[in-house]
Ligand binder design. Structure first.
Ligand SMILES: [Zn+2]
Length: 246
């Protein structure tokens, strides 16, 4: 019941260091590093990415930097502009909707499987305690919690629900959708998230209560309310991002 390490949430000061992982090509390391820098707001709004300048900054040749930038462009994170530079894109409403629909489907399935496992005795109710532990950290200091920490804990909460399914394929697909990355990307520079902490706390409590009660209908209702509200807010955030000057 172990999750692959959650997407790392780091200080901006740690960012921009090229640290390869075992088995990773230089292009892959560059792509991963640049993606973190993009979604966690390392670059100012309106910043242009140029292969020659990035190659110089990282101390590598231009070819892998160009390849990494082309991959990020094909994934929709950046877009080519004149003179071979790139600018950072804001996700489209469709990208957000697609992601949230997949997320809802996976979390519904995970909760149902977790309830089956609780009934079969292959999952013990004590294994739900970690969810309360994460909630307590999320709710400890709503006026001062930092955005990065809040997103990290929220991701942990949802990843743990998926992990309770014990289904490796589900876990792997879920970690691949990079929910947190897109969440941070949309909310870059906004403060609207703090006002939602109370609602989120209530919704998380309802999700955990339904799992403890092994109540499929209550779980399904609670997760739909939570993810539906989160989608509405994400689209609202997107809308206000589009209205800011670049
Ligand atoms: Zn949540």
């Amino acid at each position: 019941m172990h999750f692959a390490a959650p997407i790392q949430v780091r200080d901006l000061s740690d960012m921009g260091q090229l640290v390869g992982k075992p088995g990773e090509t230089l292009t892959e390391t560059l792509r991963r590093t640049l993606l973190e820098m993009i979604v966690f707001g390392y670059f100012d709004r309106g910043f242009r990415l140029y292969p020659d300048k990035l190659a110089e900054q990282f101390g590598v040749s231009q070819t892998p930097v160009r390849e990494a930038l082309m991959r990020l462009a094909s994934e929709g994170y950046i877009e080519a502009v004149q003179r071979r530079g790139y600018h950072i894109r804001t996700p489209s409403a469709k990208q957000v909707l697609d992601l949230w629909q997949v997320r809802l489907g996976l979390e519904l399935a995970a909760g149902e499987i977790a309830i089956e496992r609780l009934e079969a005795g292959t999952l013990l109710s004590g294994q739900l305690d970690q969810l309360d532990h994460i909630r307590a950290q999320l709710e400890a200091d709503p006026d001062h919690i930092e955005h990065r920490r809040k997103l990290g804990l929220n991701t942990e909460f949802h990843q743990h629900i998926v992990a309770l399914s014990g289904n490796d394929m589900l876990i792997s697909i879920y970690s691949g959708i990079q929910m947190q990355l897109l969440g941070e990307w949309i909310q870059r520079g906004l403060q609207s998230w703090r006002k939602r902490l109370d609602n989120e706390a209530e919704e998380h409590a309802a999700i955990v209560a339904a799992l403890r009660a092994r109540d499929r209908d209550a779980y399904s209702a609670a997760i739909r309310i939570h993810i539906g509200r989160s989608l509405k807010d994400a689209l609202g955030d997107l809308n206000s991002q589009e209205q800011r000057p670049d």
